[in-house]
Every structure is written in structure tokens, then in C-alpha cells.
Design a protein around this ligand. Sequence first.
Ligand code: NAP
Length: 323
Amino acid sequence: MYDVVIIGSGPAGLSASIYAKRAGLNAVTIEKSPFSGGQVVNTYEVDNYPGLPGINGFDMGMKFREHADKLGCEFLTANVSCIRKKSEKENLLQAASVNTCGAEEEVFLIETNQGIIESRTVVAAMGAVHAKLGIPGEEELAGMGVSYCATCDGAFFKGRTTAVIGGGDVAIEDAIFLARGCEKVYLIHRRDELRGAEILQKELKSLSNVEIIWDTVAEKIEGEDQVETLMLKNVKSGEQRNLSVDGVFVAVGILPESMLLRDIADCDEKGYVVAGEDGVSSMPGLFVAGDVRTKKLRQIITAAADGANAITSVQEYLLRGKK
Ligand code: NAP
């Protein structure tokens, strides 16, 4: 029986692991692959985390993990399929046979492909995944020129022409990154103003091989075995045009990885678990941290802070239970 099971090993999960260990809690962190690391590992450069200017995202993820390993945090590589509270019947059965878990104690069962784990609390830090455009050709040509990660796949497009779709931090960072190797990069944005940070916009606009196509949406991606053409439409004039490109990088935001939580905790219309800075969700004993929760600013630093806050809430919850 764990005090806390932390699900996810991005900055929020790893920060929660570190805080849980230092608080003397019996904790395990579940990650999908031996080193998940979260979205940060696919970021070329992180320049807004105090004390680590310009650090490579992968190196940063490694540093977080090394810190947790150094403290002796426990990790388990597994896929979680269900998170639920143990039913009264299950509690009574166990109390009668083993006499360890009192029938009155609320326990979470975390079902995984490595077995069922029992815990008094859960910190859900599953983060978010890339949103899709949902246009013809996107799915068919995924991995054949359509990508959601410039730092992972950008090197394949050295000396070639690519398009980035989106206007947020990720789209701008992707375009800047691609411009270092590509002959030409188009940034296609549906409005006439970018959403991403001013400092990134300034850098982007200074690059001679980047062209921003404003007020434009992608309608279709075409190609035989590889991306060849991107069909565009200007949302103001209605004018359509075809752009010859070798790669399309989709950066139109993120979707919370909250499927496992939607039946047990309140979520907003976009699927983010409703919780404040303390990570307290609508289900007692379930805490959320990082990109999966409702919040204004989704950054590495706010995710790391969430992990720390969630463990503080876990400690308060466990103490209340002992009184
Ligand atoms: P984001 O900030 O939500 O931006 C998504 C962009 O995609 C927006 O410009 C949006 O247009 C556009 N978009 C959405 N749906 C679209 C569609 N169907 N067709 C065309 N365009 C579409 O997402 P993000 O850039 O992935 O960033 C996610 C979060 O991580 C943000 O909170 C961001 O600040 C954070 N982040 C921070 C850093 C950093 O601090 N270094 C780096 C990366 C990410 P509109 O502008 O018209 O809505």
C-alpha cells in the first residue's frame, strides 16, 4: 500500500516524486516508457527556466530525472488503464481475509499492465498530447512528412521546404528550429497576430528564410508516399492556393491526457481536470499537477510548482485521515 502513486514523469510528476521522497512518503511514480520525461524532452531549447538559460529540453528532462534517482525515488514502467476507489465490498472482503486494510479506509486501485497497485492517494500528472488538425491527409501522411515534433523529425528536412501550422509558442519555436536547417519555412496561422511570446516572435521575424502566411488555414495535405502539397485557404478573402512542401509540422495546441480521470473527477469542457494551485480535485484523495489541470499558464516552471503543491496537499489529506 503506497501513500501516493504519481502518474506521469514530466516536470510535474518528477517534482512530485522529489517532494514525496523528501516528505518521507511511500511513493511510486508510474511512467509509460523507461524514461518518459514529458513534453520537455522534445523541446530544442528552454530559455525561461531560472538558472538554466538556453538548456536543451532533453538535458533538462534528464536533470529532473537524475535528481529523483539520486534521492532514491521509486519508478515503475507501466500503462495505467483505470484509476478507481476500492468498493466497499472489496474493502470488506480484504479486511476479513488479510486484516490489513480497514474497511473504513478509502483506497485507490490503479490498474496497470503490470498489475494492480493500491494507494491512499493519487497525483495525476499525465500532461497533455498534441492536438490534431483533423484535415484530409493528416492521418494518412503522419510519419511521411506530417509531424508533431520539429526537434524529433526536423533533421529529415535539411535543405528542404517545410510548413509549420499554428501561432503559439510551440509553432514559433518549431519554425525557428526548422529554419536552422531548412531552405524555406512557412508559418501558417489562422489569424493576423501570433499568440506566442514576444521574444520568440521577434526572433522568428528576423529570419530571412521564414515566411509567415497570415489569416490562413490548411484544408488538405496531399502526397503519394510523402507530403508534396499543402492546400491553403485565406479565411478573409476565401482565396485558395497550393503550397509545395516536403514536410508539415502541426503545432495547434495540446489536449489533456485526462481520459482516465473524466469519470472520477470534474473536468472542464476541454477535458482539463478542474483544480486550483493546490491540485485538489473534486474526488477526495485525487490530486492533479501540471498540464492536465485547469490553469492559466502551462510552462515547465508551473508544472514543477504543481508537483510540489500536490504533494503538500497529499500530506495534509493523509494527516486529516489519521486524526
Ligand atoms: P497554444 O498556445 O494553445 O497555441 C495553439 C496555436 O494553434 C494557436 O495559435 C491557435 O490559434 C492555433 N490553432 C489551434 N487550433 C487550430 C486549428 N484547428 N487550425 C489552425 N490553427 C489552430 O499551444 P502550444 O503552442 O502548443 O503551447 C501549449 C502550451 O505550452 C501553451 O500554454 C504555451 O505557452 C506553453 N509553452 C511554453 C513554452 C515556453 O515557455 N518556452 C514553450 C512551448 C509551449 P489562435 O491563436 O487563433 O487560437
